[in-house]
Ligand binder design. Structure first.
Ligand SMILES: [Zn+2]
Length: 358
């Protein structure tokens, strides 16, 4: 069963082309679903009373449904995110072509699509049809203040039940500044520097976490003289997850992802995040998951030694892929690898969060 407040939450946190039109999308959903009480919404995730059209096959499946105005074939959405995006695919069909030129205000937009055919087909020139369309437009416009309020409240709490327990996620950019001077890490094909790619991956991971409201900071702390890596790890104190981000290099022709833990200080939770993350990166990039294939994830890494000596819940070091062998596009790979890191962290946080609210 789909839940109305989940729908509002998903709509609020989804990026759409014209942010200022979200209120219309929500106002129409309120009107068509009766604040989420329609069966079409509850059972099929469709709050818009949206009929099925061939163009919708990319995001919805057809379902026969008996609506108040008769039986028809409607859109069934697998997720609420599909419903939010499906609305705009519906609007992008030829019947509404030109809507972007009529989207300066919510009113311009709803007027344009109502007359283009959203309500009772394209305007037929009669007074009766004009009245019908104006009536609908007014109903939608009257709901806009309430839609605005719902979206505002939703935006203030992106995740209702926090899946993190402490300060959230710390991503550490490997190499760069360190106590003994600046160093680039590994240097790959074409002179690409590991340090630069570590930043690309860290920023991509952070943006995924930001989007769902999980607190995340990136650190590029260089440590303190004499005990650099260990002290970098110590900054993980009070975080849920510490992840040091690296790219690999070797003298043999290897390709694959691996996520390491401290050899003696890691526990079962560190190992679980290691295998989740290694699988997620390997799957995203279509490369070998070295951890799943027998590589021992435990190594005596100074940065993880420092992290494990704090109260951080888990700490890992991700080696996204090998940069000494050619890949199609390092920036693209590191971006996608970074996003995979974030997804694995979210999976781990969600899995271990239940004690938060029982
Ligand atoms: Zn490295």
């Amino acid at each position: 069963m789909f839940d109305w407040s989940d729908f509002v939450q998903v709509l609020a946190s989804t990026n759409i082309e014209f942010e200022h039109l979200k209120v219309v999308e929500l106002a129409q959903a309120i009107l068509e679903s009766g604040w989420g009480t329609s069966k079409l919404f509850k059972l099929h995730g469709n709050p818009f009373g949206m009929k099925y059209r061939p163009e919708m096959s990319q995001i919805a499946s057809p379902i026969e449904y008996d609506a108040s105005d008769g039986k028809g074939i409607y859109c069934k959405f697998a997720t609420l995110s599909d419903a939010v995006k499906g609305y705009w695919i519906f609007i992008d069909r030829p019947i509404y072509s030109g809507w972007r030129d009529n989207s300066a205000t919510p009113e311009d937009f709803i007027r344009f699509i109502a007359f283009a055919g959203y309500i009772g087909g394209p305007f037929d020139g009669t007074e009766a049809d004009r009245e019908r369309k104006e009536k609908y437009i007014n109903k939608v416009l009257n709901l806009i203040p309430e839609a605005e309020e719902l979206l505002e409240n939703a935006n203030s709490s992106p995740i209702e039940k926090p899946i993190w327990k402490n300060k959230g996620v710390m991503l550490e950019v490997g190499h760069g500044p360190n106590p003994n001077g600046w160093e680039p890490g590994a240097v790959g094909v074409g002179g690409v520097r590991e340090y630069d790619l570590n930043w690309v991956a860290a920023e991509a991971a952070k943006s995924v976490l930001d989007e769902v409201g999980v607190p995340c900071i990136i650190t590029d702390f260089g440590g303190i003289n004499g005990n650099g890596l260990y002290n970098i790890g110590r900054t993980a104190a009070n975080y849920d997850v510490f992840c040091s981000i690296h790219h690999n290099s070797a003298t043999v022709n290897a390709q694959g992802a691996e996520v390491l833990v401290h050899r003696t200080k890691a526990d079962a939770e560190d190992l679980e995040l290691s295998s989740l993350m290694s699988a997620e990166i390997a799957n995203e990039l279509g490369i070998r998951d070295r951890i799943a294939n027998g590589r021992d994830p435990g190594l005596n890494l100074g940065v993880l030694s420092g992290a494990e000596d704090t109260n951080v819940r888990v700490s890992v070091l991700a080696e996204l892929y090998f940069i000494h062998v050619p890949v199609p596009d390092t920036t693209d790979w590191s971006t996608r690898g970074g996003e995979a890191i974030a997804r694995a962290i979210l999976k781990w946080l969600a899995k271990t969060s239940s004690s938060n609210w029982n």
